[in-house]
Design a binder for this molecule. Structure first.
Ligand SMILES: Cc1cc2nc3c(=O)[nH]c(=O)nc-3n(C[C@H](O)[C@H](O)[C@H](O)COP(=O)(O)O)c2cc1C
Length: 197
């Protein structure tokens, strides 16, 4: 259902997200585009997976040595954009990003399959790679190292939380008469505005 002016944007997000999760045709409802920019305002974007959300913000995990991490270090402003074509919905979120606590990163890392944990250790994400063999050799080496026992979280890998200052809901309409509504944070509450589609 399209939001009403008095709705809480986190609750609207939760209900739209659930609709996407419940839709059998949507195989990756958690896939979201993340846009960052350098301090010179040169943008870049890529997909990440949403791993958690609540009224504090939206969480994803990545390599703290990656390009996105370098950009977020210099410029914490970022944007997320979900698009679920099968239910005709887009959600855009902007705000500032901060690292989640080491404990939160540890907890999520521990929940991942062992092969993914090894993959996190093996990837110098966003750095030049000589060839696929180089990466596979690194995966094999780390696999042997942690053959027995648990894999600790690399210090260079963890989560970020985007704390929203605006959340916009877009709903597909007939003949391009779409609905758009943006919630903008204003202190403890939200200003609500409909926009031309
Ligand atoms: C559907 C999808 C989900 C992805 N999820 C993540 C993710 O959660 N974390 C991550 O670091 N990279 C993820 N990636 C890879 C990123 O898109 C990107 O290639 C990588 O993070 C390096 O980006 P950067 O060089 O801009 O830092 C995903 C890619 C796709 C296509």
């Amino acid at each position: 259902m399209f939001p009403k002016e008095n709705d809480n944007p986190f609750e609207v997000f939760a209900s739209w997200y659930k609709e996407a999760e419940d839709c059998k045709q949507i195989t990756q409802p958690d896939a979201v585009n993340l846009a960052t920019a350098t301090k010179e305002a040169i943008p870049s974007s890529r997909m990440v997976l949403l791993k958690g959300y609540n009224k504090d913000g939206f969480v994803f995990f990545t390599n703290y040595g990656s390009r996105k991490a370098a950009e977020l270090q210099d410029n914490p402003h970022a944007a997320l954009c979900f698009f679920w074509q099968q239910i005709g919905k887009q959600i855009r979120i902007t705000g500032k990003v901060e690292k989640v606590s080491p404990e939160e990163s540890d907890e999520y890392f521990a929940s991942r399959p062992k092969q993914s944990q090894i993959g996190a250790w093996a990837s110098k994400q966003s750095q030049p790679l000589g060839g696929k063999k180089e990466l596979l050799a690194e995966v094999a080496k780390i696999g042997i190292k942690y053959n027995i026992g648990t894999v600790p979280r690399p210090q260079f890998w963890g989560g970020y939380r985007l704390i929203p200052d605006a959340i916009e809901f877009w709903q597909l309409g007939d003949f391009r008469i779409h609905d758009r509504m943006v919630f903008q944070r204003s202190g403890q509450s939200w200003n609500v505005q409909r926009l031309y589609p």
